[in-house]
Ligand binder design. Structure first.
Ligand code: ADP
Ligand code: MG
Length: 361
């Protein structure tokens, strides 16, 4: 059977808690069966509210949510077939690992033999076979979170919601858990809706990412497209590092434009601009600018080195360029690297197809 591309559907969903302010605005979002989709955005942008509505703990103010083609507004949370993992959704502290996992199955009236099998399978999925009789307090933070993941999966839910599930873990553990959750998703193919404010986590784990700001989806696309082709200044700034120039469109033809800065004119892709005279912020990823380029490039300017930081695999160079004192370059380190000195004047080049003229900041 082919996978349903609209397995979860938010159809024109608005949400207000106080009857005045909309914290989710006209959300239109289709999630495919088996997809790993992430809602990414700053704190307060409406991500948790969306999950709560999907889970059934909050009701949309307007619009509908559909699961596999059916409107779910009148279905209570425990009958939606949705598993959940939250940062603060603790395990039951007085129950063993086995009992924690058996709980959602007992609620669903599963037979004892079947419970044993399912608990076994879920624990092996998160590499915790043999931990059945432990109490949560006898587990590390990472192990507890793995049990929470197993508990969300144990009843074979149609969809699993995860809200900042790794937020409480330290960096190394968080990164290894990201791969673990991603691999579990790949092996069982359950639909996952994941929430995080951490862009690198979102890029690592997701098939698609919905970037939220102020209750609205700013862009919905694959991690690569989000990074390479941000559609507006918010996304360009929120995902990865971003060099910017503020100016005014001085010429535009097809998908290219010239942008006049106070002291120069640069060539760029025209993304959010349509006509001459419009204000714009041009966005350029640090690794797309080259120092002393040997090839011909559309934009070449001189700048002064303000800071040089060695990062092992690359060197991060901050340059004062065209009155932007915060222009960043990332230079891959190699044995033939140039000697970069503070105060040195260098030539910096980039191609217009790597620059994007977006809405003004
Ligand atoms: P995020 O998860 O992206 O941080 P939330 O969905 O939690 O954002 O919050 C979105 C907005 O809704 C915020 O302004 C928040 O203060 C408000 N909000 C969230 N939950 C409630 C609630 N239960 N009652 C009233 N306002 C809420
Ligand atoms: Mg939240």
């Amino acid at each position: 059977m082919s996978k349903n591309p609209e397995f979860v559907k938010f159809d024109k969903v608005d949400k207000s808690y106080d009857g005045k302010v909309l914290v989710v605005k006209d959300l239109q979002l289709d999630i495919a069966e088996g997809e790993f989709i992430t809602m990414l955005g700053p704190s307060g942008s409406g991500k948790t509210t969306c999950l709560m509505m999907l889970a059934g703990f909050e009701t949309p103010t307007h619009g509908e949510i559909l699961l596999d083609g059916n409107i779910i507004s009148n279905i209570p949370p425990h009958k939606r077939g949705i598993g959940m993992v939250f940062q603060n959704y603790a395990l039951f502290p007085h129950m063993t690992v086995y009992e924690n996992l058996a709980f959602p199955l007992r609620v669903r009236k599963v037979e004892k033999d079947e419970i044993d099998k399912k608990v076994d399978k879920a624990l092996s999925m998160v590499s915790l076979s043999g931990f059945e009789t432990r109490m949560p307090a006898q587990l590390s933070g990472g192990q507890q979170q793995r049990v929470a993941v197993a508990r969300a999966l144990v009843f074979d839910p149609a969809v699993v919601l995860m809200d900042e599930p790794l937020g409480a873990l330290d960096k190394n553990l968080r990164e290894s858990m990201q791969y673990e959750i991603k691999h579990i998703h790949e092996s069982i193919g359950v639909t996952v809706v994941y929430v995080t404010h951490d862009q690198s986590e979102a890029l690592t784990m997701s098939n698609r990412i919905a970037v939220f700001n102020d209750g609205k989806v700013q862009q919905l696309s694959s991690p690569a497209e989000l990074y390479e082709k941000p559609v507006n200044s918010f996304v360009a700034e929120f995902i990865g590092e971003n060099n910017t120039f503020n100016g005014e469109v001085s010429d535009i033809s097809g998908d290219k434009c010239k942008v006049k800065l106070s002291n120069a004119e640069i060539l760029s892709n025209a993304i959010s601009v349509k006509s001459k005279g419009e204000k714009t912020t041009v966005s350029l990823r640090p690794e797309r600018a080259l120092i002393e380029p040997s090839e011909k490039m559309d934009n070449i300017f001189s700048g002064k080195i303000e800071e040089v930081i060695y990062h092992g695999d690359h060197t991060r160079v901050r340059v004062n360029l065209l009155s932007n004192p915060e222009f960043i370059l990332k230079v891959p380190n190699s044995t033939s690297n140039l000697e970069l000195k503070l105060g040195q004047e260098i030539k910096i080049g980039w191609n217009s197809y790597d620059a994007r003229a977006l809405d003004p900041k």
